[in-house]
Structure formats: C-alpha cells, structure tokens
Design a binder for this molecule. Structure first.
Ligand code: PEP
Ligand code: MG
Length: 886
C-alpha cells in the first residue's frame, strides 16, 4: 500500500507528534475535540525527511495526495483552489516536533492572483483583498525566492509616507494595490521571474520552501544550541485561511490560559482588532490586553474563554494559544503547552491538583529543580534584565542576585561590611584566606575558576550569589579596578551580579526577594515530593545558623559538619597558636583551654537546632599548613623587613613560622598529611574534638534535647587506620558519657573518599557503622585530577570540546566514580546489613547525581542548606522517573 504522506486534521491526534509535528498534531487534536479549527491537513515529517534525503524530490504519491486533500478542503469550504469564482485560500505553515520559534518558514494567502483578488475584493473589501495579496507577494518573495525582506520593507515605508499614514493599518485599498504592483516589479527585477499566477504552482513552491527551511542556517544553529536532533524534519500544515483583518468585528491574538508569570488562573494575552496574526507580534500597532475583548467582541470573548477551559481540561496543562476572529467568529490556529516562570510553574501545578485536573505526582514531576533554585534565591527582576546589557558573563556558580560596591580584597570586604556597606568581592580567584571577606560580601565575582572552584563551593555553602570564570574581565589589582567590555570599574563603584545566569551589570538592578516559609504553594508541592521520595535529604552545615536554616528547608539530619571551618575567621589566630606551639604539652594546653570550649559551644548550638535528628561531625580534615601563611608571602615579608633593617621580635616570630611552614611543606597536599592520617600522627586534635562533641551532646541531653551524634573519620584508605584510631576516640566518648551520667545513641563511621576505601569497603564496614561518600575527593582521586587546578587549567575546556561529557565535579561520573560507590555500598552492606550510607560531596545537591544515588540505594544525600528543597524534589523525581522511564 502507498505510504500516507498527508493527514487531514480529523485523522490525527496529539500522540502523533513525531509524524505530524507539534502544530499539526495539536490542530488535529483540537479539531477532533470539536473546537473551531479552520479545515486543513498536515504533510508528514517523514515526507520532509524523504524529500531532503532525495535532494529535493517529492516522495512518490505525495503530490497526488495533496491534490486530493485540497479537493476535500474545497468540498468542506464550498470553495475551490484555483477556482476564480469561489477561491479557496490557504496558509502553508511549518511545524516540527519541537517548537523552533520563528526559525522556519510560513506563507499566507496562497491562492490569490490577479483574478481572485478582484473576487475577494467584492466578497470582503478592496482594501482587505489587496492587503492580503501584497502580503502573499511579499512572503512568497522572501520565503520562496529568498529576497531580502528589507527590499519589501523599503517599499512599504514609502507607501506609508506617500499616504501620510501612521502605520500600515491606515493604508488605503489603492495604496495596497500600488504596493502589490511594486512588489511584483521587484520580484521580476531581482529574480527574472514573474509572481506565479497559478495557485498550484504557488502551493508547490511554498511546500518546497518550508521543507527546505529545515536546513536554513538559523534553524540548524538553533537546533545545535537547544539539542534538537538534526534528523527529525518538519511537517507542513496547509490550513484554510481565516482573516482577522476584514473589519472591526475581526481580529487576531495570542493568549495563555493562565498567567505565565504568576500562574494566576485567568486568560493572559493580547490581541488586535482588524489585524492578522503577525501584526500582533510585529509591534507595528500596540496590542490590547486580552480582557478588553470582553467589551469589544463579547461573543468571541465568551467563546475564547470556553475554548481555553476545554483545552486546559483536555490537556491538563496550561496552554499557549493563537486565534483569529473573522467577522465575529472565533478560529483556533494553534495550541501548545505554555512556557512559564518558576513561580508560575509551582502555582499552576498545585492549583491543577486542587482543581482535580492532575495527580500530586504529576504536579511534582512538572516542577523542575531549576524552578526551585530560582524561587529561593533573591533574583533580579526579569524584565529589567532583559532591558539591560551585561558588561560581562561568567559561570553561574551560585544562584541569586547581589548588588554592592566593588572591593578587591577580603579584609576591605570585611571592614566595609562592618560599616553596613553592601560589597561584592571581586578576586582573580578565592582561597581559604578570603573566606572572611566572602562571608562579609553580598556576592562574589572571580575572573578564574569553575563552577566547583573554591569560590563557587564556598559561595553555595554560604548561599551567596557567585559568578566564577568570568574570563572577559581584567582585574588590575595595582590600580584597584577591573575592565569589562570597554568599561573601567573602580573600587567603590556599584555592580550587580546574577549568580543564576552568570551575568554582571555595571548598575544597580532591581531585585525580588522570596521567602521560603511564605511560599505556601512551594511548601505544598515539596510536602507532596516528600511523600514520594525514598532518599532522605540531609544538609552540610557548620554552624547553628546553617543548621537552623537547613531544618527550615526540610533537612532530616546533618550529613557533614566540617569542623575545620570552625577555626576560620576570628579563630584562625588561636588555631595558629596551637599549630605553632613549641611542644606537644603547649599544643595540648591550647587545645584544651582555648579550642575545646569553642568547639563545645558550636556543637551545643548545632545539636539544639537539630533536636531529634542525626548530626554527622567530621573530624579535622585538611593539612595543618592550610591554616598558616603561604611560604612565598613569608619569604617576601621577611625580605622586606630585612631590607628595612627591621629584625626585631616580629621578624623572629615570622622566621619561626617560616621554619614550621618549610617543615610542613608538601608537594601534593591533597595526597598528603590530612584526614585520618593527620589524626593518627597527631591524635590530640581528634581527641579534643570528640570530647567537645560528647560534652556538648551530654549538656544538650540534660536540657531535654535528643541528640544523635555520629563521628566521621575522613580519608580512610585501610581498615587498620580505623583499627588504630577509632577505639581511642570511642573510649573518650564512653568516658565523657560515664563521667556525666548521660547516655544516648551514637555512631562512629568513615568517609569513603579514596578508591581503595571503596574497593575494601567490606573490611572498613567491620569497623565503621556508617559510610558517607565524599564524592569531591573520590572524584579527584579516581580521575587523578586536582579539582581546583584542573578547573582553572583544562577541565572546562574538556567539557566545552566534548572530551568529557560533563564536569565530573558537578555531576557524578556514573561509569567511573558511580561504579566505585555501588561497589562500596554492596560490599559494605554485605558485612553490615544495617550500614547507614549517604553522600556529602557537592554531588549530593545535584539533581542528576541524586538520580544515580537513588538507583544505588543510598539512604540519604547531604547538601548545602540552600539546596535541600531542590534535593527533596529531585529525590522525588528519581522515584517518578523510575516508574515512567522516558
Ligand atoms: C568530599 O571530599 O566530598 C567532602 C565532602 O570533603 P571535602 O569537600 O571537605 O574535601
Ligand atoms: Mg573530602
């Protein structure tokens, strides 16, 4: 049997998207719902593919099927294509499976010629008929014959000027007749061809042009940018023309069935009376708000509201529609799922459940993790962003909006913030030395570094907007300024950074600040997500404030408290004093007298906030020398002091520090004396920490707080490391509880951050009651890549060039690191079936990675407090996607 290349609207439906394209299948669906769709048919995407692969030859039988379909259209409309007495006019519209707005071609009013224009002038008005004809000649010249549209627009401007008209809506019939003649002359002059008078020839050439437009440069570029496959082809829709421009009881418009900005349930859109569809979007005349249609054409308004309701009930989704009103009669020209903001996405999903249009699970699925991100960070007003031009663009490392005056070093940031100034810290890149400035700043902008660079990771943890890798700015530290796109921004000038988009502005942009607790719909949606998900969501939090925030956002525990962060800021000097102690006794004294009380207070604060929930405290992890000044800085300072002859006590002290720094120097600190290795070499530090944890837990328990401390030993590679260190620490835990007469449930466990730990997880589980995957280090160690160095030097380039599919520090590398995680989970549970298993690396807040952790059967993911709501949703999506695979 011959292939069916052509489908009447009655023969299609919305499930035939691949074959009929988006526009075609939904025109068919609407038509079958009994909605007012002008009669028409669709030529399939397969026909387009066949035509293109045959080098521009129509598939056999296709033309015959089109001719038959046109005859059927003629019957339905009681007109005839090419019939001079009762001419049938049609539009030829592209429509691929995925919407590619404005990328492909459309020709309207086919069937008009010198003869039928006169018939039409009698049936409607001469002005309307000649306006329609000139549009056809213009579109045909542009789309089919590839003439530059500017040539037509020039003639149009002359016509408007010649008639003294304000716009094209005011041109007379004679004006349009003259313009049509000029357009035809233009065609002849530029192409040597006459405008075809034969409607069938017009149709054939228009169908070819729409097929060919699949390969137009802009369409190819758009597909590349949006990931639409190259091999789909476009369908062609041939639709009986209806006219919105035959008088003041006609018009054209576009509308959303709900407000796409706020989600409010009311029609939202625009229309123009006495106009065709393209006039509404072209801006030639200012369109009217859709609700005024109620007054101008009440019957059409009522019908439109009814159709919108029918469409929503049918599709169970907010629709974006196009319509035309011809002499008071409504016609639907398109419907599709409407694009919307994050706030609208959440409101529409929740409202539709309440309206019993969709199930809760569907609502949860329709909201994307990126939507939640957008809703939780203060953001710039979208309209203002569209109107302004950014001076630079970098990586959107930590979402949100920040405005402040530029400062170039952390100390200035802290000083100025103390005076209540809002500052943006601008650095070539950040290091742990900058953290106090980052805490003080409203936002962070770095020239170098990736989305998981120090600046990015810390900014996300702090919930600060951050743009990294903004390579187009040039920082001049000497003159305290940076240049971007020809602008010089000096210290003290205001900039705005958009961490959600990576854009930087040289002015104060207006912001909108959301509040989690006030977002009732979001709370409802996340509560539904909670009933769906299996993975628990914990948070990484180092302070009581972060713990409180995490809990408000729905965290079910703390998966990582990085205790070394408690020695930053004002406490660094005290910690340095401990490192620089002259002997072990002095070291111990500082630990006990100075640092123990500080840590105990921190833990009391955290346990109080997390009443009833588990708190994993990681013992000190980084190499000690990270807390000392850099060797090069010391050498430089000492040199300067010598040159000045300043060799007093400060000089001697600095020299002493340099000796210790030299002594601690490591070629590869990432692989050096850190994690449990440091604990094994200098157990006093770990002992102090465990004492602080358990004394704090006892104090809280006495105050009626329920504590579940879990002590985590970092960077384990061999079971013997745990065998050596864990009993010493457990002994302290037991002795503190015994001395205080308090008991509570606690655990000791380890991080899995090294491939050897994953490979020998069955042995580690003999000692550890829980595993937490430190996927930051596990990725570094598996790839043999130093994250910060690599992101600065080559990693982002690798991703850009497709050498690596994704940045493995952002999204878990399923085939490599993921296999290690899986192996460790299986082996660990073989030894200890009740082993608690979670992840606390950056991947714990990444939606794609959360899908992998769900599949691997982890108990929880732990992420920065700000990502907890995102993770709650993503964990629910992991379950729902499992139920309905793509
Ligand atoms: C990790 O390695 O994944 C981890 C959480 O530890 P850190 O980032 O502190 O090294
Ligand atoms: Mg680590």
């Amino acid at each position: 049997m011959d292939e069916k290349w052509v489908y009447h609207f009655e023969d299609g439906n919305t499930r035939m998207r691949d074959l009929l394209g988006g526009k075609g299948c939904d025109l068919a669906e609407m038509s079958n719902l009994g909605l007012p769709v002008p009669p028409g048919f669709t030529i399939t995407t397969r026909a387009c593919r066949r035509y293109l692969s045959a080098g521009g030859v129509f598939p056999e039988q296709m033309w015959a099927q089109i001719v038959a379909a046109m005859a059927a259209l003629g019957k339905k409309t009681r007109r005839g294509f090419g019939n001079p007495a009762q001419p049938l006019l049609v539009s030829v519209r592209s429509g691929a499976k995925f919407s590619m707005p404005g990328m492909m071609d459309t020709v309207l009013n086919l069937g008009l010629n010198d003869e039928t224009v006169a018939v039409m002038a009698r049936a409607t008005t001469p002005r309307h008929a000649w306006d329609a004809y000139r549009r056809l000649v213009q579109m045909f010249g542009n789309v089919v014959l590839k003439l530059d549209n500017a040539l037509f627009e020039n003639i149009l401007s002359e016509t408007i000027a010649g008639e003294g008209a304000a716009c094209d809506a005011d041109i007379s019939a004679a004006g349009w007749e003259r313009t049509t003649a000029q357009f035809k002359t233009l065609l002849r002059k530029e192409t040597g061809q006459e405008f075809p008078q034969d409607p069938w020839q017009q149709l054939e050439l228009a169908v070819r042009a729409v097929f060919d437009s699949w390969n137009a440069k802009r369409a190819v570029d758009y597909r590349r940018a949006t990931g639409i496959p190259e091999n789909l082809g476009t369908a062609v829709n041939i639709v009986t023309m209806v006219f919105g421009n035959i008088g003041w009881d006609s018009g054209s418009g576009v509308a959303f069935t709900r407000n796409p900005s706020t989600g409010e349930k009311s029609l939202f859109g625009e229309y123009l009376l006495n106009a065709q569809g393209e006039d509404v979007v072209s801006g030639a005349r200012t369109p009217q708000k859709i609700e005024t249609l109620k007054d101008s054409l009440p019957r059409a308004w009522e019908e439109l509201v009814a159709v919108a309701g029918t469409l929503e009930r049918h599709y169970r989704e907010m629709q974006d529609i196009e319509f035309t009103i011809e002499s008071g009669k409504l016609w639907m020209l398109q419907t599709r799922n409407g694009k919307r903001t994050a706030a609208a996405a959440v409101k529409i999903a929740v409202d539709m459940v309440r309206e019993q249009l969709i199930e809760k699970e569907t609502a949860v699925k329709r909201v994307m993790p990126a939507h939640i991100d957008q809703m939780l960070h203060p953001h710039f007003d979208e309209a203002a962003c569209q109107a302004a031009t950014p001076i630079a663009r970098g990586l959107n490392a930590s979402p949100g909006a920040a405005i402040g005056t530029v400062v170039f070093d952390a100390d200035s940031a802290k000083e100025q913030a103390a005076e209540s100034a809002a500052v943006i810290l601008v650095r070539p890149e950040t290091t742990p030395d900058d953290v106090h400035g980052m805490i003080a700043a409203k936002g962070i902008l770095t020239q170098h570094g990736g989305a998981t660079s120090h600046a990015a990771v810390v900014a996300r943890q702090l919930g600060k907007p951050c743009v990294t890798g903004c390579e187009s700015i040039r920082i001049d530290m000497q003159h305290r300024c940076f240049t971007a796109n020809g602008r010089r921004i000096r210290e003290g000038e205001i900039i705005s950074i958009n961490g959600t988009t990576g854009e930087v502005y040289d002015c104060e942009m207006p912001t909108v600040a959301p509040h989690f607790e006030d977002q009732a719909d979001l709370q409802t949606l996340l509560a539904w997500a909670d009933t769906v998900r299996r993975l628990e969501v914990w948070a990484n939090a180092d302070t009581p404030e972060q713990a409180a925030l995490a809990r408000r956002y729905g965290a079910q525990g703390i998966g990582l408290c990085r205790t070394e962060h408690m020695f930053l800021g004002d406490r660094t000097a005290q910690f340095q004093a401990a490192i620089l102690a002259k002997d072990e006794t002095e070291f111990q004294t500082i630990l006990n007298d100075v640092l123990l009380p500080l840590q105990r207070e921190d833990f009391i604060g955290i346990f109080n906030e997390m009443d009833g929930l588990p708190v994993i405290v990681r013992l000190f992890d980084p190499p000690l020398h990270e807390f000392l000044p850099a060797r090069e800085v010391l050498v430089r300072e000492l040199g300067a002091m010598e040159a000045r002859g300043d060799t007093g006590t400060t000089y001697s002290r600095k020299q002493k520090i340099l000796e210790i720094v030299n002594d601690m120097h490591e070629c590869n600190p990432m692989l050096g004396l850190r994690g449990c290795r440091l604990g094994l070499m200098r157990p006093a530090l770990n002992r102090m920490q465990v004492r602080a944890i358990f004394e704090a837990a006892c104090a809280c328990t006495r105050n009626g707080i329920t504590v579940h401390p879990e002590v985590m030993i970092p960077l384990t590679s061999h079971r013997n490391e745990l065998i050596h260190i864990q009993p010493l620490l457990k002994e302290i835990a037991e002795s503190v509880m015994a001395a205080q007469g308090v008991r509570f449930r606690y655990k000791f466990g380890t991080m899995i951050e090294l491939p050897r730990a994953a490979l020998t997880a069955d042995e580690l589980a003999q000692e550890a009651a829980f595993f937490s995957f430190g996927t930051n280090d596990l990725t570094q160690m598996t790839y043999g890549i130093s994250r910060d160095d690599a992101e600065r030097k080559f990693l982002l380039h690798f991703v850009e060039k497709g050498i690596l599919p994704e940045n493995p520090f952002q999204t878990l590398d399923a085939q490599g690191v993921g296999v290690l995680v899986e192996m460790a989970v299986v082996k660990g549970r073989q030894t200890r079936p009740d082993l608690e298993v979670g992840v606390c690396g950056e991947h714990g807040g990444d939606p794609k990675s959360i899908h992998i952790f769900h599949r691997l059967g982890l108990d929880y993911v732990s992420c920065s407090p700000y990502r907890v709501p995102v993770a709650r949703l993503a964990a629910a999506h992991a379950v729902l996607d499992e139920a309905t695979p793509l």
